[in-house]
Design a protein around this ligand. Structure first.
Ligand code: ADQ
Length: 462
C-alpha cells in the first residue's frame, strides 16, 4: 500500500502500559502498525474553551492526534444525537429513540471541527478510513475543504431498514453524506441490502450500477460487506499466558467442577441482558438438574454513564439477578455472579477459555466480537459451545453455534440445555467449522480487504 493510513474514530485508544486495546482498537492498531500513519479523534477531555489544535504523540510508526471537545458539544453530539438517536435507531429500538434538533446541530458541528483539525495533518498520498456512526458527515466536510484523497467509512453497528431510518428527521442528509465516501463498509449482507434499499427510494433517487456499486447524488461509490474479525492467534496466546493469573485461579477454585456459562458485554440495552437473565432462570426451572451444577457469570462494565437509559439498566439487572439468586441459591451455590466491571483483556481471554458455554444473546448487534473471541480462545480438543443470538451479525458467519432467538426465553433455555448436554464429538465438529472461518477472516484480513478495496475504488473512479 502507498501512503499513510489515517484512521479516524470518535475516541482514540492510546495503548497504556499493561493494558491491551480491545475490539476495533486492535484492528485499527494492527493496520497502523503495518502501514504507519495517524489515528485521529477525541482525547477524552472536555473543556470550556474552543478546542485547540491536535496534540500529537508519536510511538513507533503511529502518531496519535487527539483533540478536546467543548463540554456542551460533547454532551449533545455524543450522548445526544449519537447515542440517543443513531444508536437506538440502528438497533431497531425506537422505544429508546429521541431526536432533538440542537443535538443534531452539535453532531454536524463536531464533524466540521474534526475535518478542520484533520486537514492540516493530511498529505497527498494519505488514505483516510473513518469509523462508525458518530462521524457520518466527515467525508462531506473533508471534501468541502478540498480533500481529494480516498476516504472510506466502516459502520460497526447495523444499518437500519428504510422504514426505521425514516423516523430520523435528517435521514436524507445522512444518506447524502454517505455518498461522499469512496467505499462504505457494512458488517453483513443484511446491512448492505438495507442501505441499497434506502438509496434506491424514489425520494433519494440512487441506483445500483452493480451489486456493489451505487450511484447517488452525482457520485458513484462502492458499498460492500466486510465482516470484522478478531486476532485469533493473539486471543489464543493471551488466553494461555494468563491461565495462572490469581483471578483466574480464584474462579476455577470456586467452581468446583461445576459447568461455567459466561456472558461478557458492555452494559447496554442492545445486549439483551435482562432477557438473558430471565432465560437462565427458565433453564433452572425447566431443567432442574442444573441447580447446583451450573454457574452463570455475567461480566458487564458500565458504559455511557449519564445517559438515562443506561443508568436504568444497571438497576434493573441488579434487581433481576438478586431476585433469581434469592429464589434459587443454596448454602454452597449462587446461580448468577454478576460483575459490573471491566477486566484486563488477557484475564478476560483466559476466563473465556475456561468457559463451557459462551452465552452471547444480544437483541441486535452489528457483529459481536465476544462471540468470536470466545471461539478463538477454545481448546480444539475440548472446546466449549457458543450459544448465539440470530440477531447478532456474527450469526451470519458462525452457523455452527447453537442459534437462538433472544426474545424467546424458552428457546434460549433449550439452547443452553442442548449445550450443557453436548458431547465432545459434536462440540469439536461445530468448533472446527467456525474456527476455520475466523482464521480466514481474521482482523488482519479485514483491514487489508478494506484498504485494498478503498485504493481500488479510488484508482478506478476517484
Ligand atoms: P461493542 O458493542 O462494544 O462493539 P463487541 O463487538 O462485543 O461490542 O466488542 C466489545 C469488546 O470489548 C470486545 O473486544 C470485548 O472483549 C471487550 N469487552 C467487553 N466487556 C469487557 C470487560 N468487562 N472487560 C474488558 N473488555 C471487555 C461495536 C458494535 C459491535 C461490533 C464491534 C466491532 O456494537 O456489533 O462487533 O463494534 O465492529
Amino acid at each position: 500500500m502507498q501512503g499513510r493510513l489515517i484512521a479516524v474514530s470518535n475516541r482514540v485508544a492510546i495503548p497504556t502500559a499493561g493494558k491491551v486495546a480491545g475490539g476495533l482498537a486492535v484492528g485499527v492498531l494492527a493496520a497502523l502498525e503495518e502501514q504507519g500513519g495517524i489515528w485521529f479523534g477525541w482525547s477524552g477531555k472536555k473543556t470550556r474553551q474552543d478546542p485547540r489544535d491536535p496534540v500529537l504523540e508519536t510511538r513507533g510508526r503511529i502518531t496519535y492526534a487527539t483533540i478536546d471537545l467543548k463540554r456542551q458539544d460533547f454532551e449533545n453530539y455524543y450522548n445526544g444525537f449519537s447515542n440517543n438517536s443513531l444508536w437506538p435507531l440502528c438497533h431497531y429500538m425506537l422505544g429508546f429513540f429521541s431526536f432533538r434538533r440542537f443535538q443534531y446541530d452539535a453532531y454536524c458541528r463536531v464533524n466540521e471541527l474534526f475535518a478542520r483539525k484533520l486537514v492540516p495533518l493530511l498529505e497527498p498520498n494519505d488514505i483516510i478510513w473513518v469509523h462508525d456512526y458518530h462521524l457520518i458527515p466527515l467525508a462531506t466536510e473533508l471534501r468541502r475543504a478540498g480533500v481529494t484523497n480516498p476516504i472510506g467509512f466502516f459502520l460497526h453497528v447495523p444499518f437500519p431498514g428504510f422504514d426505521a431510518l425514516r423516523a430520523l428527521p435528517p435521514y436524507e442528509h445522512l444518506l447524502r453524506s454517505l455518498s461522499s465516501y469512496d467505499v462504505i463498509g457494512f458488517q453483513t449482507e443484511t446491512d448492505l441490502r438495507a442501505f441499497q434499499d434506502s438509496m434506491g427510494q424514489p425520494e433519494i433517487g440512487g441506483r445500483l450500477l452493480t451489486d456493489r456499486r451505487v450511484e447517488a447524488y452525482g457520485r458513484t461509490f462502492q458499498a460492500d460487506v466486510f465482516p470484522i474479525g478478531v486476532d485469533v492467534d493473539d486471543c489464543r496466546r493471551l488466553a494461555a499466558k494468563n491461565l495462572d493469573d490469581r483471578r483466574v485461579h480464584r474462579l476455577t477454585d470456586s467452581l468446583r467442577e461445576r459447568k461455567l456459562i459466561m456472558g461478557v458485554d458492555r452494559l447496554d440495552y442492545s445486549k439483551g441482558l435482562e432477557l438473558r437473565f430471565r432465560s437462565f432462570q427458565r433453564l433452572l426451572k425447566k431443567y432442574p438438574t442444573n441447580r447446583g451444577q451450573v454457574v452463570f457469570l455475567q461480566i458487564a462494565p458500565p458504559t455511557r454513564t449519564g445517559v438515562r437509559a443506561y443508568d436504568a439498566i444497571r438497576e434493573d439487572l441488579e434487581r433481576t439477578s438478586g431476585n433469581i439468586n434469592g429464589r434459587f441459591a443454596e448454602m454452597d451455590w449462587v446461580p448468577i455472579r454478576y460483575l459490573n466491571r471491566a477486566y484486563d483483556r488477557g484475564v478476560l481471554m483466559s476466563l473465556l477459555r475456561l468457559t463451557d458455554i459462551g452465552l452471547v444473546t444480544p437483541i441486535r448487534d452489528g457483529m459481536n466480537l465476544v462471540a468470536k473471541e470466545y471461539l478463538a480462545t477454545q481448546d480444539p480438543d475440548d472446546p466449549g459451545v457458543l450459544v448465539l443470538s440470530t440477531l447478532a451479525g456474527a450469526a451470519q458467519e458462525l452457523t455452527g453455534a447453537v442459534l437462538v432467538n433472544p426474545y424467546d426465553r424458552e428457546g434460549v433455555a433449550d439452547g443452553m440445555q442442548q449445550a450443557v448436554e453436548m458431547r465432545v464429538g459434536e462440540r469439536r465438529e461445530r468448533f472446527q467449522s467456525m474456527i476455520e472461518i475466523l482464521q480466514r477472516n481474521d482482523i488482519h484480513a479485514w483491514c487489508s480487504r478494506f484498504i485494498e478495496s478503498l485504493q481500488r475504488a479510488h484508482a478506478t473512479h476517484g
